[in-house]
Design a protein around this ligand. Structure first.
Ligand SMILES: NC(=O)c1ccc[n+]([C@@H]2O[C@H](COP(=O)([O-])OP(=O)(O)OC[C@H]3O[C@@H](n4cnc5c(N)ncnc54)[C@H](O)[C@@H]3O)[C@@H](O)[C@H]2O)c1
Length: 260
């Protein structure tokens, strides 16, 4: 897929991977980049650097992504690429069991980590389908393939996000819609630094947001669905598919090494 001269929207782009995706898109020659974030000032700062548009947008708020899509289409005529990237981490209660996080955390993760992708696709697809072209780069996580220790809300919602990305690719690949799922392990961002519980996500090293964004944009350009910036993830995923029971045993052992 040729990403030159594309109109692009990036959510959660005030910092971390989203900001790196926005900057990366601009550096590769976008027609325009809309930088959306819960934190409007952070979005405006990134947008200023790349001559884009900064928008305050809570992707978990009713109507927010719909307004973001409508406004971008009105101003720029179309959206070629949506990097649906905003996501949140809510950990299990320290010392608590796997379902210890309160319903509010589960619902917030469901809303931001899953429904925001559904809603932004619902808003943007009609015009893309009419044109017969468009692309989605959905930031999931290796946790959507391989789970993650001490963060059940995150693991479950990232699996759901990957499931939705698969449905999008399967249903609309024949309509000219490109879909990629970006699934890194640990990335050096505020999210990883603020984690309340050991997750083991950094076991294979912590990548920079810039490297992860570059891998995402390269993968999208190459027409790949599954983008794995940490190469070890492919091997773990193969192991899981080959012997699911053995894989669960391996994860239990890994968990013991983190909590003991
Ligand atoms: N950091 C990691 O180790 C890691 C690993 C795998 C996947 N991811 C995923 O990458 C994505 C980006 O995470 P990051 O590491 O850059 O995190 P981050 O916390 O550094 O940045 C996330 C950005 O999203 C914004 N945001 C949060 N909630 C929002 C909302 N409701 N609406 C709009 N914006 C919102 C924040 O203000 C922030 O600017 C997430 O989907 C995350 O799950 C992160």
């Amino acid at each position: 897929m040729d990403l030159k001269d594309t109109v692009c929207v990036v959510t959660g782009a005030g910092g971390g991977i989203g900001a790196a995706l926005a900057r990366g898109r601009a550096a590769r020659g976008a027609a325009h980049v809309v930088v959306a974030d819960l934190d409007g000032d952070a979005a405006a700062n990134v947008a200023q650097d790349i001559a884009g548009t900064g928008v305050a947008c809570d992707v978990g708020h009713d109507g927010a992504v719909e307004d973001l899509v409508a406004e971008t289409e009105n101003r720029h005529g179309r959206i070629d690429l949506i990097c649906s990237n905003a996501g949140i981490l809510r950990s299990d209660a320290p010392g608590g069991h796997v379902a210890s996080a309160p319903d509010e955390d589960w619902m917030e993760c469901w809303t931001v980590n899953v429904m925001a992708h559904v809603r932004i696709a619902r808003a943007a697809l009609p015009a893309m389908l009419e044109r017969g072209s468009g692309a989605f780069l959905i930031t999931v996580s290796a946790a959507g393939l391989l789970n993650i220790i001490n963060n059940a809300t995150y693991a479950a919602t990232k699996h759901a996000a990957l499931g939705f990305a698969e449905s999008l690719a399967i249903t609309h690949g024949d309509d000219g819609i490109a879909v990629a799922a970006l699934c890194p392990q640990a990335v050096d961002t505020a999210m990883a630094r603020g984690a309340r519980q050991p997750s083991g996500a950094g076991v294979d090293g912590i990548m920079s947001a810039e490297d992860v964004a570059a891998a995402g944009l390269d993968g999208l350009e190459q027409g790949r669905f599954l983008i794995l910036p940490h190469p070890q993830v492919r091997e773990y995923f193969q192991n899981k598919a080959e012997n699911y029971d053995r894989w669960v045993g391996g994860m239990r052992k890994f968990r013991r090494s983190l909590v003991s």
